[in-house]
Design a protein around this ligand. Structure first.
Ligand code: SF4
Length: 692
């Protein structure tokens, strides 16, 4: 017994699935994860003792036999094992040759929101300093880039303004475009408890999601014109003198523009466009305006549209009109997806227009500082965004790619196109823990470590930076991303000398003002992490943003009127049904982690389409039978789930599966501001395949 116990490691760490950032103790032996237990409650600010099914049981992936254990090189269309030395030499040779022949901007890097902050800092440094390319981006482009764009314009930071603890104490909630109980389970539990204790919950959604069952008012929206009901609410609030005049006067500017813009959003127009009745609109608007505090929560249902930025502008205007920002228990809460999409996907500068800490790539003072530290001036213009890279591949302008922990062969809209582009590249290196659908296209695959195997920090949806610690060893010769990057940089004649992630964090502290005081020493001391902005070592961190000022020179928030966007694809005779996609509780993103878990697959083992009974009747399909779903772009076969969760004439398909991949059907139409794709709107036809 003692012998065995000695070899068991316990690591107090942060969950690697979603951005709620639950903490727990992870147990492991050698390279095998054994399980989790609740951690010291002082070290679990987001979750206390709770975790969801993924955080608790979702570790088969880490122990899987399919984990990559050695580098692979493709030869005559087949992968063969290679040594690190051979694989890295090949990568250096190919990337250098492409750069010499076609210039540095013929290279593009996708960084990973699953890797740590320290590793993402190095990914953008590798792109900008070592390769000299301006093209660095990541999956945040596909999820909340529209949110970030709108919140930066109106309030100054592209982030959740409040903290999870306070979300559990609000008087009122407006939740839209978020299937919170399945996508952010532990956060949703806090919300539901508070609603049980008397808080008001308004859910505006096209689908009758589980959260709707807890709502004081569930309003089934038509989808496609969310800006109309939000602007309509603002109109109702102003008309009834329920707006927060003192707040508007002291803390904002541009109110008149919004006041004018919303005039045309009469209750009749709102109902016509969105199905929201005048009574429901008035009831929600009045309750929100009169509440002491309100949390505005949203996710992909809002952000993933060509008018995603406009919808978030409308939500920000609503929060400002009612004064529910910059005080405890209130605020704007975009629920982020990946465990580290806030930190690794944005804060660390892995985006084409910002250096770490959202510092503009065109700001000379900022560039001077990085040049002094790095000996190389970073590119001084914005690079290509994820959704633009593949077009440039097709044009022959991007020739080589380095993709770290991302799976665009499943996650891009209209994936058939993306796969063709991957095929066209002169050189592709993929760094991951499995041979993903994307890695199949690679010339070289480098085996990486996952969060159970490494040390560093991740930043959750409430801007809280927390430690991850290893409980097990990576399998075979797999290595942490930061070590692989350092090895490559050295081989390309850059003298990187990081002995540990702590050395990298020292550089982050120096170059990233909002992370100035977030050191590993402090995080080791206080288990409950630090929320940015935290400019220096004496600063306690910032539980909620905008207490005294918004993040602009004059400290005032900006009202920006939101324009009604046009739906990009409406059902027609040929494709009469509206398709939307989303998450389910038991799975994660492109499914690489959760599709390898027997327990989770036992709950939901394959892709499916939710179809309303009335629509199922019209098509002639029974529950559990297979259907063919076709759009202009592709066709898949999935099981029908006949349910009233979805509305008549609409179907829902989860996004986690490679067989029956919903992105074979989605369209590549982009929001003009953020370049986020319109995943949430496509028209399809559905036909029965008959019983099995
Ligand atoms: Fe992990 Fe998110 Fe589940 Fe918490 S809610 S255990 S962070 S997946």
């Amino acid at each position: 017994g003692d012998q065995r116990l000695k070899r068991v490691n316990k690591a107090e760490t942060t969950c690697g699935f979603c951005a709620v950032g639950c903490r727990f103790d992870l147990y492991g032996k050698d390279d095998e994860v054994l399980g989790t237990r609740p951690a010291d409650p002082d070290a679990t600010p987001a979750n206390g003792y709770s975790t969801c099914v993924k955080g608790k049981f979702g570790y088969d992936f880490a122990n899987s036999d399919e984990r990559l254990e050695t580098p692979l090189i493709k030869e005559d269309g087949e992968f063969r094992e290679a040594s690190w030395d051979e694989a890295l030499s090949r990568v250096v040779e190919e990337l250098s040759e492409t750069r010499e022949t076609y210039g540095q901007d013929s290279l593009a890097v996708f960084s990973s929101s699953k890797a740590t902050n320290e590793e993402n800092f190095l990914m953008q440094k590798f792109a900008r300093q070592v390769l000299g390319t301006k093209n660095i981006d990541n999956c945040t482009r596909l999820c909340h880039s529209s949110t970030v764009a709108a919140l930066k314009q109106t309030m100054g930071y592209g982030a959740m303004s409040n903290r999870i603890k306070d979300v559990g104490n609000a008087d009122c909630y407006l939740i839209t475009g978020s299937n919170t109980t399945e996508s952010h389970p532990v956060l949703a539990t806090k919300l539901k408890q508070n609603v049980r204790d008397g808080a008001d919950l308004f859910v505006f959604e096209p689908r009758r999601i589980e959260l709707a069952e807890h709502a004081d008012q569930f309003t089934r929206t038509a989808g496609g014109h969310d800006i109309a009901w939000i602007n309509g609410m603002i109109r109702h609030i102003i008309e009834n003198d329920l707006h927060d005049e003192a707040f508007i006067e002291e803390r904002t500017k541009g109110f008149e523009d919004v006041e004018e813009k919303v005039q045309s959003f009469t209750p009749e127009k709102v109902e016509e466009l969105t199905n929201v009745s005048p009574d429901e609109l008035a009831n929600a608007a009045e309750t929100i305006a009169e509440a002491d505090s309100c949390v505005f929560g949203w996710a992909m249902g809002v952000s993933q549209h060509t008018y995603g930025t406009q919808t978030v502008l409308a939500l920000a205007d609503l929060a400002l009109v009612t004064g529910h920002v910059g005080k405890p228990n209130a605020g704007v809460s975009p629920f982020r997806g990946q465990n580290n999409v806030q930190g690794g996907g944005g804060d660390m500068g892995t985006i084409p227009d910002n250096l770490p800490g959202y510092q503009d790539v065109t700001d000379d003072d900022v560039l001077d500082q990085f040049e002094e530290e790095w000996g190389v001036r970073p590119p001084d213009e914005p690079g290509l965004r994820v959704t633009e890279v593949f077009d440039e591949v097709d044009e022959g302008n991007v020739r080589g790619m380095y993709i770290i922990g991302e799976n665009p062969a499943i996650s891009e809209p209209d994936v058939t196109n993306a796969r063709e582009s991957l095929q066209e590249l002169d050189f592709l290196v993929v760094q991951d823990i499995f041979v993903t659908e994307t890695a199949e296209y690679a010339d070289v695959i480098l085996p990486a470590a996952t969060f159970t195997e490494k040390y560093g920090t991740v930043t959750n949806t409430e801007r809280r930076v927390q430690l991850v610690r290893p409980a097990v060893e990576p399998p075979g010769s797999a290595r942490a991303d930061w070590k692989i990057l350092q090895d490559l940089a050295r081989r390309m004649d850059f003298d990187w000398q990081y002995d540990s992630p702590t050395d990298i964090m020292d550089e982050v502290n120096e170059l990233t003002p909002i992370y100035g005081g977030i050191t590993h020493d402090r995080l080791e001391e206080n288990g409950d992490g630090l929320q940015w902005p935290c400019p220096d070592e004496d600063h306690p961190g910032t539980p909620y943003l905008y207490e005294n000022e918004f993040n602009f020179e004059d400290g005032k928030a900006r009202f920006v009127p939101a324009d009604l966007g046009d739906p990009t694809e409406l059902p027609n005779e040929e494709f009469p049904i509206a398709l939307t996609s989303g998450r389910v509780l038991y799975h994660w993103h492109t499914g690489q982690l959760t599709r390898r878990s027997e327990g989770l697959m036992g709950h939901v083992g394959e892709s499916y389409a939710e179809i309303h009974p009335q629509t199922a009747g019209q098509i002639g399909v029974a529950d559990d039978e297979y259907v063919k779903v076709e759009s202009k772009r592709g066709s898949i076969v999935v099981r029908a789930k006949v349910t009233e969760r979805t509305a008549p004439g609409k179907i829902f398909i989860p996004m986690h599966f490679a067989e029956g991949a919903v992105n074979e059907l989605t369209q590549e139409k982009l929001d003009p501001v953020s370049r986020i794709p319109d995943y949430k709107m496509a028209s399809v036809r559905v036909s029965s395949m008959g019983p099995d």
